[in-house]
Write a protein that binds this ligand. Structure first.
Ligand code: SF4
Length: 268
């Protein structure tokens, strides 16, 4: 990975169109933001993948990862006909009607029928379908305790913690640093509820990716001499309702979605 020595080094790689697709007003502002580690270099959609890779920015997920996740989703769907959906709905406190189990995903209806077919008010992609199907197949139905813990404290969390920070918390922090108000709005769009300053955070919002799987996103603004920070907290019962791979997948999906929305709308 090449070290970035100054903003001009990045600026020289940009096309100079000032198109604002990265969310910055000019290419120069973008170069400065990358130099200060406030924006990932991949936020400029016009840079070739090899340039992004050279500067240590992860490019879009390789197709193989998406394909693997899509295959995993298909395998999970095939398990649905072997379970009793009505009983599963009772266990999870979900709705069962017309041979369909319906749960709320970010407050929106998400249904699965006895054949494993999915339907929803939200766009269904692998990062949503994978955790939702695992929740339906294996969730214990344990009610949240109200005690918040870190990813590292979840069962199976420690070995994945570094990746979790890199792929989930860091991108969300970059969105919050750049567009704090938009960040708050986006949380509210996804049915987030303001919490009262958990751990003295400046922004503290609880989202329900799944009914028995709340997450709390806390953001601390920068202060003189102190960098901003952002952490995602989980209910202490989370790993009883969702496996660690699903938790990671859901959080990575949330971070990716927020990044995309902020890049599209943040400059407006
Ligand atoms: S996306 Fe940003 S950095 Fe890339 S060309 Fe447009 S303004 Fe410049």
């Amino acid at each position: 990975m090449s070290r970035i020595n100054n903003p001009m080094e990045i600026f020289k790689l940009l096309n100079g169109s000032n198109c604002r697709e990265c969310g910055e007003k000019t290419c120069l502002a973008f170069a400065v933001a990358v130099f200060k580690d406030k924006k990932p270099i991949r936020a400029c959609p016009h840079l070739p993948a090899e340039v992004i890779a050279r500067y240590g920015g992860e490019t879009e997920k390789p197709d193989t990862i998406d394909e693997n996740k899509a295959k995993a989703v298909e395998a999970l769907k095939q398990k649905i006909p072997s379970i009793d959906l009505a009983e599963t709905a009772r266990r999870l406190g979900a709705l069962f009607s017309n041979n369909q189990l319906t749960i709320k995903v970010f407050g929106k209806n998400f249904s699965v029928d006895a054949t494993g077919a999915l339907s929803s008010d939200i766009h269904i992609n692998a990062w949503v379908a994978f955790p939702v199907l695992n929740y339906i197949l294996s969730g214990s139905g344990t009610a949240p305790s109200g005690n918040w813990i870190t990813f590292r404290e979840l069962s199976g969390g420690p070995p994945r913690y570094a990746h979790f920070q890199q792929r989930c918390e860091k991108p969300l922090k970059q969105v919050a640093d750049t567009y704090t108000d938009l960040f708050r709005d986006m949380l509210e769009i996804f049915d987030g509820k303001q919490n009262s300053g958990h751990l003295d955070s400046d922004v503290s919002i609880v989202l329900h990716p799944l009914p028995l799987f709340p997450i709390q996103i806390c953001y601390w603004r920068p202060e003189e001499g102190i960098e901003s920070s952002l952490h995602i907290y989980f209910d202490s019962t989370s790993d009883q309702n969702l496996d660690i791979e699903s938790i990671y997948t859901m959080c990575e999906g949330v971070a990716t979605m927020f990044e995309k929305i902020s890049l599209r709308h943040g400059a407006k």
